[in-house]
Design a binder for this molecule. Structure first.
Ligand SMILES: Cc1cc2nc3c(=O)[nH]c(=O)nc-3n(C[C@H](O)[C@H](O)[C@H](O)COP(=O)(O)OP(=O)(O)OC[C@H]3O[C@@H](n4cnc5c(N)ncnc54)[C@H](O)[C@@H]3O)c2cc1C
Length: 540
């Protein structure tokens, strides 16, 4: 073989580490292509700090081409993999198509927001999986407080000041913890905002917050949240979301304009589209991270079901720690399969977990030692700085500035509600008006109605059409379920909605449910959020 061609799909924790390992091992003797829709690695654990205005968005990104010297970055999204022909077909950011032939393939496409069949959620909630969603939330929350301060009607004011987060895994817990501090700071010391009382609610059907983590972490987090004023409701979830608010499973109706959906994640639909053996939606691999029957294909991170050799019979959970360490093993094993070194199984040691609760508080159990308060806060900051593959000084500088200066609460309005639908296979990229269609197809084949254009015309990106849950049926050129479609965005006045275009305060008609959305039936009955599949939650 000449220079072996290695293709890595996805540059998150697993794919970035695979690329870095291979870059160091091969030093130009292999053609390593890294296919990713963005030109950066995203350090997801600090995303809640972006939404809370502590970190500027670029701080949590690391340039791929700037840090991976022997790796060729290919900007795009894989939309089909031909396993027999050994080729990855992708769509680039401008809608063009391309193909990458490979001798070795590493699948590390991660995960996307998990949707549950709760009526109204796809239309009214937003996820928290990518930078666009974090930017949207920061702006949206700021805007709600501005509008609440100007509202005459107490009901509308209260609804704008109520922020509902569903799912008390580490994502939801951190979003609520940081959110309450962020909004309190926007009200404190401002006499004209005296009637504005921000209220964050954190709901989970489980009996405690952080249900997948150690009980001591859970107790600490629950206590800090309650002391801070977060309304934590365990054993409770959302039964229905409407444009006025949410109906809880205990029958209470809560008026709100903000519904943040953090019930977990599911593996990227690309994994499912391969027709290979799956385990709870993740690609089955052996302990060497190889796909059975395809010795040239490796998979790791959230998208792969990696056997947990410490707990026989189970798979490793979807966490950054596992993805990062699996990425290294994938890199070593790809090199071994090309004759350099020996194949090794993926084994791990539990190093503990950190949950950032904001304001120098955290819950952590490094190496099993339970910590709370400022000590845990310091460990958490140190952990993130050590774990980030770059940008540490900028992150530390932002933390320092946040400690001494008031937070900047201004909304730039760059990411709108419709550009970050909950049901998307691409949470890492915001939809843009007039975006490219899929390669080889006309742009926006199903043209939106005039009224939809008024709200902001969106053309579904290529991956909304990929087969798999959340993708559109063949022939539906506009993308997947409602949230992905032009005009599928929440209208102003709906939870997660925002004023349309430049008309800040007139009520557009509430859109009809999109025609391709199945009516609730036996399989889509309203009901509580179940955590039965915690394994694919990601928040574990
Ligand atoms: C808000 C938040 C906070 C978190 N906090 C923690 C934490 O504190 N500790 C912890 O251990 N875990 C945490 N996690 C979970 C952790 O981030 C994930 O488990 C981890 O990112 C998984 O790594 P991955 O490489 O498998 O996927 P990802 O990091 O998601 O990377 C997947 C990459 O693949 C790309 N991609 C997807 N589809 C395609 C395609 N078709 N073609 C090309 N590229 C594609 C994506 O753009 C992305 O770059 C958090 C997650 C979130 C959302």
């Amino acid at each position: 073989m000449g220079r072996p061609r290695i293709v890595i799909v996805g540059a998150g924790f697993a794919g970035y580490r695979t690329a870095r390992t291979l870059s160091g091992l091969t030093r130009g003797r292999a053609d390593i292509a890294l296919l990713n829709p963005t030109d950066y690695f995203l350090y997801l654990p600090l995303l809640p700090q972006v939404a809370a205005g502590i970190l500027e968005p670029r701080r949590v990104t690391v340039s791929l081409s700037g840090t991976l010297p022997h790796v060729r970055l290919v900007l795009g999204q894989a939309d089909r993999i031909d396993l027999d022909g050994r080729a990855v077909h992708y769509t680039d950011p401008e809608g063009g198509g391309g193909t990458l032939a490979y001798d070795r393939l590493v699948l590390a496409a991660g995960s996307v927001n998990k949707l549950l069949p709760v009526p109204g959620v796809a239309e009214h909630a937003h996820g928290f999986r990518g930078l666009p969603e974090a930017l949207y939330l920061r702006d949206h929350v700021t805007r709600q407080l501005e509008l609440a301060a100007a509202a005459d009607d107490p009901g509308s004011r209260a609804a704008r000041c109520t922020f509902v987060v569903v799912g008390a895994g580490y994502t939801g817990t951190e979003v609520a913890a940081q959110g309450q501090l962020f909004t309190d700071a926007q009200v404190r010391g401002r006499p004209l905002r005296q009637g504005v009382r921000p209220r964050w609610m954190l709901l989970d059907i489980a009996p405690r917050v952080l249900p997948e983590l150690d009980e001591r972490l859970s107790r600490t987090a629950g206590r800090v949240l309650r002391e801070r004023g977060v309304d934590v409701r365990t054993g409770t979830s959302v039964k229905e979301a409407t444009h006025e608010g949410v109906l809880l499973t205990d029958g209470e109706f809560v008026g709100t304009r903000t519904l943040v959906w953090c019930v977990g994640v599911r593996p990227d639909p690309l994994a499912e589209s391969l027709g290979l053996p799956m385990e709870r939606g993740r690609l089955l691999v052996d302990p060497h991270l190889r796909v059975p029957g395809r010795p040239e294909v490796f998979a790791c991170g959230d998208a792969a079901a990696v056997p947990d050799l410490n707990e026989p019979g189970s798979c490793t959970p979807m966490t950054a720690q596992h993805a990062w360490r699996q990425g290294r093993v994938a890199g070593l094993n790809v090199a071994a399969s090309l004759g350099r070194g020996e194949l090794r199984p993926y084994r791990h040691r539990d190093l503990g977990f950190v949950v950032d609760l904001g304001g120098a508080k955290a819950a952590a159990n490094p190496l099993g030692l339970p910590l709370s308060g400022v000590a845990a806060g310091a460990v958490t900051c140190g952990y993130h700085l050590a774990a980030m593959p770059g940008n540490r000084i900028r992150v530390a500088a932002d933390w320092l500035l946040d400690a001494v200066l008031p937070r900047q609460a201004v909304q730039l309005g760059l990411v709108r509600s419709w550009s970050v639908p909950l049901d998307t296979a691409s949470p890492e990229v915001a939809r843009v008006p007039g975006g490219p269609g899929r390669h080889g197809e006309p742009d926006a084949p199903g043209q939106p109605e005039a009224g939809e254009r008024e709200l902001g015309q969106v053309v579904a990106g290529p991956r909304a059409r990929r087969p798999g849950p959340g993708a559109a049926a063949p022939g539906d050129a506009r993308g997947g379920p409602s949230g992905n479609r032009p005009g599928g965005e929440a209208a102003k006045g709906r939870p997660g909605g925002e004023p349309a275009g430049s008309r800040p305060d007139d009520d557009p008609p509430v859109p009809e449910p999109p025609p391709d959305q199945p009516p609730p039936g036996p399989g889509t009955a309203p009901g509580p959020v179940k955590r039965s599949d915690t394994f694919t939650e990601g928040d574990s």
